[in-house]
Write a protein that binds this ligand. Structure first.
Ligand code: SDX
Length: 401
């Protein structure tokens, strides 16, 4: 690189963290990965190719692309001991807790083909081992996601297939098959999911990516750092928002109750989930693209789950016209429409954050790898401004009033 240090360890005190991966212009509503506009990637790339771009910094050429897809699709199997560990969790566990458990235990199950490392911290700077960890995390995240759903449904796991695309395989392992073909999911839905995965892959220094780099800076293995990042994503203010949006729409219940709901939001009784963003002060470019994907999926599947699409459209239109939201620059974000797509595809609500986590693994890995390779190598240790009590002496129990 040009010697510019990234991820200054004292980042809480410095203006911002430097990175080469993702550029966001919050006012213009612009998002670019390694320079490529998100609109072009969503239109012309695939999730696996975008993951490669994020992690290695350039679009793969034909042979790199072939090797990359082969490697990731051939590292989708989970070891039986990991599968039985996850199966031992309560069947009604939240799929995100299963996802987090899986990654926190992957560091124990993957001596990275070097038995002598078994059980040790798998931090490594050797490029081939680091790349193996990246490929394994990407391959296994889809199988872990599918297994978390199968456990939730009390059904047996379906083994991954390397001859399918990344999202075809994910749908296949979730038994989301096309009625026309019992051996393959609907390619149009797989493509829609692939586009959603491109849109969820990375988003600069969001809460979960900051957790990934923060935890990774202590030189723990990437699987444990992913468990920390996934835990951050779990929250309803972050990746949990796509589930919270649906629950909010269900609570509203009908179009004519939208105005009353918005009055409640203005009285701060609750949040308008799927709206607002820490960076975008204009619409989130991803939500514009997702809205188009939503319309395609709704027309393919031809069903509006409990009329929620109609309520979502009415709620969005009302909020965009309401001064309270306009003056606070609150617009739909990436989570406003994605939950409706997943619900129309028939997935259970609590599985939605997992469908955010799977593609975000590529962004987490990209920032983690960048910090390992180009960072200062120091641990992240933010400082704080102390505003508590001044120095005072200890008081014995009997003398305290
Ligand atoms: C993601 O960081 C990322 O990039 C995240 C993400 C990614 O790709 O990684 O983009 C993914 O997490 C998208 C966000 C998903 N979360 C939600 O949809 C939850 C609802 N959104 C809010 O919680 C909120 O908008 C946040 C958390 C997303 C952003 O918080 P901010 O920017 O700190 O908001 P703020 O508190 O500065 O808001 C300013 C005002 C406040 O009102 P006042 O105190 O000035 O009167 O707007 C209000 C807030 O109360 N406000 C909302 C609101 N969001 C902000 N009021 C109602 N509903 C909302 N959603």
């Amino acid at each position: 690189g040009n010697g510019i240090r990234v991820y200054d360890p004292g980042f809480m005190n410095t203006a911002a963290i430097k990175s080469r991966i993702t550029y966001i212009d919050g006012d213009a509503g612009e998002l670019r990965h390694r320079g490529y506009p998100i609109e072009q990637l969503a239109e012309r790339s695939t999730y696996l190719e975008t993951a490669y771009l994020l992690i290695y910094g350039h679009l793969p050429d034909a042979s790199q692309s072939k090797i990359w897809e082969y490697e990731v699709m051939h590292h989708t199997f989970l070891s039986e001991d990991l599968t039985s560990l996850l199966r031992s969790m309560r069947y009604d566990s939240h799929p995100m807790s299963i996802f987090i458990t899986a990654f926190s235990s992957l560091s124990a199950y993957h001596p990275e083909a070097n038995p002598s490392l078994a059980g040790q911290n798998l931090y490594t700077t050797s490029p081939e081992l680091l790349n193996k960890q990246v490929i394994r995390a990407l391959g296994k995240s889809s199988t872990i996601a599918a297994l978390s759903l199968r456990i939730r449904m009390n059904r047996p796991a379906i083994a991954p297939r390397a001859d399918l695309t990344y999202t075809e395989n994910l749908l296949y392992m979730m038994d989301a098959l096309s009625p026309a073909d019992p051996y393959r999911p609907d390619p149009r839905l797989a493509k829609a999911l692939d586009t959603l995965f491109i849109l969820h892959a990375d988003h600069e220094m969001n809460c979960s990516t900051a957790a990934m780099v923060h935890v990774g800076s202590s030189r723990v293995d990437p699987y444990s750092a992913i468990a920390a990042a996934a835990s951050a994503l779990y929250g309803p203010l972050h990746g949990g928002a796509n589930e919270a949006v649906i629950r909010m729409l269900q609570r509203i219940g009908s179009v004519d109750r939208v105005p009353a709901f918005l009055e409640g939001v203005k009285k701060k009784k609750e949040l308008l989930f799927g709206f607002g963003h820490r960076v975008y002060r204009n619409t989130d470019p991803r939500s514009t693209i997702i809205r188009k994907v939503a319309e395609e999926v709704f027309s393919i599947l031809g069903r509006d789950p409990d009329g929620l699409i109609e309520i979502a459209q009415a709620l969005r239109d009302a909020a965009l016209k309401d001064p309270y939201f306009v003056e606070r620059k609150l617009y739909p974000n990436v989570d406003y429409w994605s939950g409706l797509i997943y619900k129309t595809m028939g997935f259970p609500l609590d599985f939605f954050p997992v469908l955010f986590a799977v593609p975000r693994v590529s962004g987490w890995l990209a920032h983690w790898k960048q910090n390992l390779e180009e960072g200062t190598g120091k641990i992240w240790r933010p400082r704080q401004v102390y505003v508590g009590e001044g120095r005072r002496d200890y008081v014995e129990l009997g003398e305290r009033e």
